[in-house]
Design a protein around this ligand. Sequence first.
Ligand code: HEM
Length: 493
Amino acid sequence: MTPDYQLLFLILSCVSALALWQRQRRASSTLSLPPGPFGLPFLGNSLGINARKPQLTFSEWRRHYGDLVYCRVWGYHTLVVNSEKIARDLLETRPSNYSDKVQAESATLLGIGKLTGFIPYSDEWRLHRRLYHQALRQDIVASYHPTQLQMAKRLITALMDTPAEFECHLEMYSASIILSIVHGYDVTSKHDPLLAIVHHGNDVVMKNSTPLIIGLIDAFPWLLKAPKWIPDGGVKETVSAVRASMRDMREAPFDYISQALEDKTAGRSMIVDIYQKWGDKGLPDIVLAALKDAATGAFIAGTDTTFSTLNNFVYAMVLHPDVQKRAQLQLDSVIGNGQLPTFDNRDELPLIDAILRETIRWIPTIPNNLAHGVYNDDVYEGYLIPKGANIIVNTWEILHDKDRYPNPDRFAPDRFLTPDGRLTGDSMTHMVVFGYGRRVCPGRHLAEASVWAAIANLLATFDFEEAKDAEGRSIVQDPEWMWGVSVTDARDA
Ligand code: HEM
């Protein structure tokens, strides 16, 4: 935390003490809360959590307090779940009580409150899920395979031209797939104007919706209305930048789609299909608003996560040339040298799938899931789970559990293969990284196919190795991962 923020925090903590105390009161009950670390008055445990990698703090807590840990974050009751069993017991076995979202004022003020992941368990959220279901369910996603393979070919061409810009190309691949399938927009150049708008907007939203900003706004919402002479550490400016970006990301693609519908040039997409379904009656306002929000949500939730996964894959290949070589040999033997793989080859390429699973296990792009809200007081294993609490699942810990994944920090795709080279039944990796219960990621089938298409095609075409400087020294050091909404290389920060 910068000195500015520290000072501001201290002053604001004092004047807001009473308000925070109100929020921190425990639900009246004789049951005890799960064990957890001692929290400071008013701030709870917020300052004791590693801001860049909270999963590491949560894993540490597991060693002291067990699989279910109680803490307070910015005045909110928070339960950290460090085991898959408890996550499933709560979020999947009792879904109606664990699919809510704690409505944080910060989300509304930042303009991100209508993204699906922040909407409480309600008719509005169900409408979003129906829209996604129509376009992204498993049987429909197979019809997007040609698009994904076409984008993979473009990715290859771009990488051949400018290999050093690999991160930019991977990002463009991930964004182009969403813009094509959700919006029906074909991105053909990295200078595309619509891509520039949504890409910039996404960047602003991701970089500024940090736990610190969110915590500050939630604890002291009046700060946004405070006179200019009260130092706010730039919070007001940040909030208006995020709001403006959200507006642009929501509206700009629809300007394009409306024009394309008018010109009758609109191709098939999630949005166009829904427009066509309503036909001459036209979309009711409520559906149009949900469609705009869901489409923006798909871009935000789907682009960075897919890109980060591919980025992690590239690092894994650079660090493990032996795995890369074996995958290339398998590709050569199945499809022949010089050919590109398609989804028809997938069953014969188990090592590619093992690499995919290990990439998302090794560095899960969302290491702590998105918090689920508790609808009503509940009791689990004798402990009180208070109404209004946030449930955070520590996906990182579950996927680095050494009893299930020996030597968990090692990148070892073979853990997903049987001795005779077939895929194991451990499909759990897919499920855990994509969340739980009714809130499970609606884009998981699309994401998984996008990552597979890229991995298979890149391995069939390129050797990934360390870049060298003018003296021939390696310029790839141990990558340092950072936590945002997803995990990506720290050099992007
Ligand atoms: C590798 C890529 C991806 C990963 C790892 C990922 C992971 C996740 C996770 C962990 C959640 C939270 C689930 C929960 O609350 O239990 C989530 C939610 C969500 N994801 Fe994904 N996702 C990916 C790609 C996508 C794509 C491609 C889309 C859309 C096209 C998408 C759309 C969403 C939406 C809208 C939500 C909010 C769901 C809700 O709250 O009801 N995601 N995702």
